[in-house]
Design a protein around this ligand. Structure first.
Ligand SMILES: C[S@@+](CC[C@H](N)C(=O)[O-])C[C@H]1O[C@@H](n2cnc3c(N)ncnc32)[C@H](O)[C@@H]1O
Length: 249
């Protein structure tokens, strides 16, 4: 049984289950877009559109939650026969949630990945020839400080909303992300809020729109110019919204 005092399973728009957090008052995914579809379209696909030819990829999955972004990455990588070695690092504050994941009703696309979830729930680590995953139970703000400069190729920025979980959207938080992402690394996020984009921009990231059919616009960002995405004219946005500010610690 997955449901608890703080979490309950909810069917989402693409037929996959997500969860509702009674603590944060939010769903783990857009119930309209669907949990699996959102993970693929807002994080995995745009990241691999840029990084599919890399030999080895270091991915920071903020935050693990139900594990969809990590699992969808492995699923998508296998489905497309990509050969890169994947190293995925993911913090998660809610240890009680992680304990329940063995009982979560995952989509059939993740059937072959069940042993990975079980290993992560039991040991916090999974390793095979081409895949290494570390799940850290604790605060993401502390966790990201432990990595060396320019470690990551991809950062999935998938915390609860800026209003529900502001500490993972501030200018100072993205300054720490800037420190550990490679110059040509990519940040993906569902948030299109101007304060989020400002926090990225003020740290030197170029900001782009991730748009397509059947899902709401999202954001990708990089310290280097990105091909294949439409840029957001941040100077224009700032001029039109003079009162907008990034969140601060
Ligand atoms: C929107 S959910 C993540 C969904 C997840 N990416 C998935 O695909 O299932 C946000 C998660 O952030 C976690 N969280 C909130 N604050 C955190 C923090 N300071 N450090 C680590 N995890 C945190 C919450 O417990 C929650 O599981």
């Amino acid at each position: 049984m997955f449901d608890s005092q703080l979490h309950e399973m909810v069917l989402s728009g693409d037929g996959s289950y997500t969860a509702y957090s009674k603590e944060y008052g939010e769903h783990y995914h857009s119930t309209k877009d669907g949990a699996l579809y959102e993970s693929l379209i807002k994080h995995v696909e745009p990241a691999f559109k840029i990084k599919k030819d890399s030999k080895e990829l270091n991915i920071l999955d903020i935050c693990f939650g139900l594990g969809f972004n990590t699992l969808a990455t492995i699923y998508y990588h296998k489905k497309n026969s990509f050969t890169s070695k994947l190293n995925i690092f993911s913090p998660e504050l809610d240890g009680a949630l992680v304990k329940f994941l063995a009982n979560f009703n995952y989509p059939k696309e993740f059937d072959e990945l069940r042993h990975i979830i079980i290993e992560l729930v039991n040991n916090g680590v999974y390793s095979d020839e081409n895949l290494h995953i570390e799940l850290f139970l604790g605060d993401a703000r502390e966790y990201i400080k432990k990595f060396p400069k320019a470690k990551f190729d991809i950062v999935y920025q998938d915390a609860f909303s800026p209003s529900a979980n502001p500490s993972l959207w501030t200018k100072e938080y993205f300054s720490d992300i800037k420190n550990i992402i490679k110059e040509d690394g990519v940040v993906t996020t569902y948030s299109i809020a101007l304060p989020t984009r400002l926090a990225l921009y003020e740290n030197g990231f170029s900001v782009y729109i991730n748009s397509g059919d059947g899902f709401r616009d999202a954001t990708v960002a990089s310290l280097s110019p990105l091909n294949g995405f439409t840029g957001v004219d941040m100077e224009h946005k700032i001029k039109c919204n003079p009162d907008a500010v990034s969140l601060r610690d």
